[in-house]
Design a protein around this ligand. Sequence first.
Ligand code: ADP
Ligand code: MG
Length: 218
Amino acid sequence: MVVLEGVSKSYPTAQGKVEALHEVTLSMEKGEFVVLCGPSGSGKTTLLMTVAAMLHPTTGSVTVGQRNLYQMSSRARAKFRAERIGFIFQMFHLVPYLNVVENVVLGAQAAGRSGGSVQARQLLERLGLDGRAHHRPSQLSAGEKQRTAIARALFNRPKIILADEPTGNLDGDNATSVLGHLSDFHRNGGTVVLATHGERAEQYADRVVYMSEGEVRS
Ligand SMILES: Nc1ncnc2c1ncn2[C@@H]1O[C@H](COP(=O)(O)OP(=O)(O)O)[C@@H](O)[C@H]1O
Ligand SMILES: [Mg+2]
């Protein structure tokens, strides 16, 4: 499902280059739940971004579902990302001036698909957000914001969900709820890659991949 081969990424800075990933070679099977574990600064976000078709590696190739992401045109890559990949951020990244249901359908609209607000409402019900459909993000708790972000990611029926420290700003119960929803997606055949520096998510994983200093250790 996902193959990284010799992926390096360096960021130019005023102080010179920072190498965030160093020759990472890694594959993930279709339907696998992989937890990417490593301390802050080890390159987890950078790795997820390259798999999400959002960040061009400096060298190496990234293949998702047989498609070599960075050999595609940027337009084709954006379309592929919108259709196949769901992304969940630690800081939610909801659009502040749209309500919950509008946030959920936004990505699908950007991908050229029509409304589907009935489907969105069903999804919100499943995530326990049916009473929140017309609230703006500022009116939601952190747990509700992240469940909205999960609804947004699921709405496109992606093949793969990438989650970057999705429970980093949540208390225990909300973290468990978010991991439970990702686990449901996995149980229904979805592929999940979740980055974390904690241990909570490991119990949901088929496999834990450890990172440090831009390299995969196992
Ligand atoms: N845009 C950027 N510009 C410069 N350096 C960056 C940038 N993004 C990340 N880095 C650096 O790359 C390394 C890996 O960062 P990151 O992928 O965010 O790791 P993690 O998600 O594991 O904390 C760190 O040293 C970080 O400071
Ligand atoms: Mg990170």
